[in-house]
Structure formats: C-alpha cells, structure tokens
Design a protein around this ligand. Structure first.
Ligand SMILES: *Cc1c(COP(=O)(O)O)cnc(C)c1O
Length: 426
C-alpha cells in the first residue's frame, strides 16, 4: 500500500488487525452499534472513483452524470453534488432526490422509456439539461406539453446502436430487440420532427448499452453510431448538437473478469471526438462504477444447517437487501469481517431468511464454515443493493451508514414496524 498522492488507489474496506474496516472504522463496531443487516458506504472511495472517471475522460467539457438508480441515498448524492457531478435520472422521484441533494438542474439528464406527462412537467419546470427521448410518441407528448407550458424542451434522442454487450441478458440494453432507444434511422426522423417543432430543441445524442461491460469495444462501436447520428442530424436537419452521451455501464472488478480499462476507453473516445466535425461535449453516466465497490452489506449468521446433503449458512440478510444474486446471477465476494480460526473450507449455500427458494446471497461457495453469530461482509454492495431493497415478508429495510472525512454517520435509519403500515388504512 503506497502513501504518496500518486500511489495506486487503496483498496476499499481494508483488513486491519484481522478486522475489515471502512476508513478507520471497524465494521464490527459499526455492526454492533447499528445492528444488521447494515449497508456501509465509503464516501471517500466514491469521490475517488469520480476522480478516476474525470481523469479517464478528461477534457474541458465533460459532464459526469451519476446514475441515481444505482444508489439514491441523499448523503451520497450530496457528496457528488458538492463535487460538481450531475445526475442521470429515470423517474420523477429521482429528479426530486437529485434536486433535494443540491445537484444543479442544468446537470440533470432524464432517461427512461416510460416518462409520464407529470414527470416531464417536473423536468421542464426545473430546467433540466435534457430529456433523453426513447420513442416517437414520447417526443410528441413532450412537444405538446412544452407548447402548453410555453417552454422549450431540450432533447437528445436515445439511439439503440444494436451492439451486443457481453453481460447478463437483463442488463443488455443496446441490442436491437431491447426496449430502449430507437434505431439510428428513426433517430434521424425524430431529429427532423424536433427541427420542425417550435418548442423542441435538439441538444444531444444519447446511448446506453448495458451494465457491467468490461470491454471497450462495445462502447466505441456505440460511440461511432451516435457520432454519425450527430453529424447527420446537423447536416440534414440543421440541429446544433452540443453533446454526445456515452451512457454508463462501466464494469467494475469481478472475481473472474477484471475491471474495464477506463483510461484506455477514455483515450479512444477522445480520439474520436477530436475527429468530429464540430466540438462536442461528452456526457457519461456511471452508476455502479462510482459506488459499487464503495459499499458493503454486513450480515450475521443466524444458523448453519445441513440437509439433503448440503450445507446452508442462513444469514439475516437476503434477497430483500440484495436481489442481484437471484435476479441477475450477480456474484458477490463474501468474507468474514473478523478473520477467524480457519475452519476447513466447505461448499455452502449462503441463504437469507425470506420465504422463497430463490432467496440466496451465494450458491456453491467454498467457505471456512462460520458459526452462529459470525459477522459476514458482502462486498460490492454499494450499487443496486439498497436501491433495490424491498419490504417483502414485511421486513423493515436496513440502515445505511456513510463514512466520510473520518466520520461514520447513520444516513438512513433502520425502518421500524410502524413504517411498514404507515400508508395503510384498515
Ligand atoms: C442504469 C443506467 C446507467 C448506469 O448504469 P451502471 O451500470 O450503474 O453504470 C446509466 N444510464 C442509463 C440510461 C441507465 O439506465
């Protein structure tokens, strides 16, 4: 581990004296204080990752729009807001959260195939950077609303570049049969309509190909497609395109595959932008890359159970706290918080308490057998973990702690039973 400013990034959640830490805070102490299941975020790590993205795509005109859906906790949004980041949002709720946290509206881009009129109105009234329009009908509704409100709606068409990204079927969004975006051909037709509409203005071209993509080539193919659309929209419709948006999906470290080489991607992107016929701003929308490995989920072992020739480690966290393993086949490293006597490794399923056979954190893992009460750490749980949590089985949602600037703060209290019925009327 280096100490100089130029040393490689320190690994998050280091083991100090045999115990995992977040910064200088022992995860064991945090679990004792706040209970389990518990999400712990390293705010310094999240900001360091923001710098990594900025360095990789460095240039005078870069907008890093954090993809709020990865983790909408206000404390994280607040850190990104102070660091000057923007937001990539997919709902009116996310717009509300981003603005609450102080993210400037002119740095917010609004994606999603199903924006409602009310959500569009919210976006128009707050003055967001652009609507990333995904269909002809959506464009029509947005145009009508903008006329009604006497405003001009800034638009980027989300192009489906028909590139396949080697990732899970549920996170591949850039192939022709995905529900997202429109073909380059249809995009040009939409730019023509925008040019003819007094209350619509074309400002960008957008793409997002998927999540956990670890190769540069699908991004570059997608970029080539949108640069071509941008050039043609300019030539054929007179659109003054200001930016191209490469989307998010930058892959993070995986137990088998490595991490996407972001600096290498950045260099290739810069070369292509230099060749564009007019200067273009670059927008990127990282979610997982910023917060994925900046968070962990702490869970205690409730029981160890052998049945049907298998060994089950039953934990107090399950699909309600982390649905990625069962929904996307997500693989998360799971380690002890305190290094124990090394029991011989056994193959186990680590399962939650939820009444579903699909409720598991990991299957077929080789693990030194833990005992009742052992505190486990589920790694890379900063993205799409708390964000996708549910109250299924009437389980109150877990607490969230943020460590930043040496302090550990409870940034979301654990739900109480009364929270479960708060909106219900008998
Ligand atoms: C989900 C999403 C992202 C972020 O994806 P990550 O894999 O978390 O980086 C970016 N842009 C859009 C439009 C998205 O839907």
């Amino acid at each position: 581990m280096g100490t100089g400013v130029l040393s490689p990034a320190r690994p998050p959640f280091p083991r100090l004296g045999g115990v995992l830490h977040c910064g200088s805070h022992s995860l064991e102490a945090l679990a004792d204080e706040h209970g389990t299941p518990l999400y712990v975020y390293d705010g310094d790590r999240a900001l360091e990752r923001l710098s990594t993205v900025r360095d990789a795509f460095r240039g005078p005109e870069l907008l890093v729009a954090y993809s709020v859906k990865a983790n909408p906790n206000l404390a994280l949004l607040d850190l990104f807001a102070r660091a000057g980041a923007g937001a990539d949002i997919v709902s009116g709720g996310e717009l509300y959260c981003a603005l609450c946290a102080g993210i400037a509206a002119e740095r917010v881009v609004f994606a999603g195939v199903g924006k409602t009129r009310d959500e569009m109105r919210q976006g128009l009234e707050s003055g967001i950077r652009a609507f990333h329009v995904e269909s002809a009908q959506e464009l029509e509704v947005l145009g009508a609303l903008a006329s009604e409100l006497g405003r001009e709606a800034p638009v980027a068409v989300r192009v489906n570049p028909d590139v396949d990204s080697p990732t899970h079927a549920f996170t591949r969004t850039g192939h022709a049969r995905a529900k997202f975006g429109v073909s380059p051909r249809e995009a040009l037709a939409l730019y023509r309509r925008i040019a003819d509409h007094p209350h619509l203005r074309a400002v960008g071209v957008d793409v997002h190909i998927g999540s956990q993509v670890r190769e540069a080539s699908p991004f570059l193919r997608a970029l080539d497609v949108i640069l071509d659309v941008a050039a043609r929209a300019g030539r054929e419709t007179g659109a003054a395109i200001e930016y191209v948006d490469l989307g998010g999906g930058f892959g993070i470290e995986d137990p088998v595959a490595g991490e996407l080489d972001l600096p290498a991607l950045g260099r290739e992107v810069a070369l292509r932008l230099q060749k564009a016929s007019r200067p273009l701003q670059l927008v990127v929308e990282p979610g997982r890359f910023l917060v994925g490995d900046a968070g962990v989920l702490l869970t205690r072992v409730l029981y160890v159970k052998r049945s049907g020739g298998k060994t089950f480690v039953v934990t107090d966290a399950g699909m309600t706290e982390l649905i990625r393993p069962s929904h996307y086949g997500g693989e998360h490293a799971i380690t002890r918080v305190r290094e124990g006597r090394q029991a011989p490794a056994e193959e186990v399923d680590i399962v939650g308490p939820v009444c579903e056979q699909g409720d598991f954190l990991a299957r077929g893992r080789s693990l030194p057998l833990p005992s009742r009460g052992t505190l486990l750490c589920v790694h890379q749980a900063g993205a799409y973990a708390a964000a996708m949590a549910s109250n299924y089985n009437s389980r109150p949602r877990a607490a969230e702690v943020l460590v930043h600037d040496g302090r550990a703060a409870l940034v979301r209290r654990r739900e109480r039973y009364s929270d479960l019925v708060r909106n219900e009327r008998p």
